[in-house]
Design a protein around this ligand. Structure first.
Ligand SMILES: C[S@@+](CC[C@H](N)C(=O)[O-])C[C@H]1O[C@@H](n2cnc3c(N)ncnc32)[C@H](O)[C@@H]1O
Length: 178
């Protein structure tokens, strides 16, 4: 998928990494990471949907992966448990986004990296977003680039690299944060 390829191009992963994919869905990103970078020290695929994780487990067939099912707002892992946290295509679903960012900050080891990529509510995409929000039963709170930057700063993150782009009807935002 377009978004997975985009993030995969940016990611820097090495074998010592302890990675949390916060909203791993069906494991597409984890699969791409293992294929591109090989095995890592720890790989946790988290998603509140047990059904998604079941698909991920089937897709990966990677014995060392761990699967957990928590909301991003209630991650129970110990402080400084991960060197890399990935949040892809999911932030707009979080009901308490600042709280989730607080957990990401807490869970990252010193010098660790948060890779955040999601929809960017800007320009004509604002109108499409309103339609999507009305049509879907799910909670949707898409953020603009400025909002992302403020929320990340409020959570204590520094943005090392960021990007924004359009793809078909969609607009996206990416940030590499420490
Ligand atoms: C569009 S999917 C993206 C999955 C995956 N990151 C990918 O890009 O292939 C969004 C995911 O966010 C998860 N999600 C929804 N609300 C969440 C929350 N509060 N905390 C963590 N994950 C959540 C959903 O279960 C779903 O798997």
């Amino acid at each position: 998928m377009h978004t997975h390829e985009k993030l995969l191009d940016k990611l820097e992963i090495n074998p010592d990494d302890e990675i949390l994919d916060v909203s791993a869905g069906t494991g597409l990103m984890a699969e791409a990471i293992l294929k591109k970078f090989g095995n890592v020290r720890k790989l946790v695929l988290n998603d509140p949907s047990a059904k998604m994780l079941e698909e991920a487990r089937y897709r990966l067939r990677y014995e060392e992966a761990e699967y957990t099912s928590h909301f991003a707002e209630e991650l129970p892992f110990d402080d400084s448990s991960f060197s890399q946290i990935i949040c892809l295509n999911a932030f707009h679903y979080y009901t308490e986004q600042q709280k989730a960012l607080g957990h990401f900050r807490r869970l990252l080891k010193p010098g660790g990296t948060l890779w955040l990529q999601d929809w960017n509510r800007s320009g004509w995409f604002v109108i499409l977003n309103q339609f999507i929000s009305q049509l879907t039963p799910e909670h949707i709170n898409t953020r603009s680039e400025d909002e992302f930057k403020k929320m990340l700063a409020d959570a204590g993150f520094s943005i090392r690299e960021s990007d924004r782009w359009s793809y078909k009807w969609w607009k996206f935002f990416y940030a590499r944060c420490e």
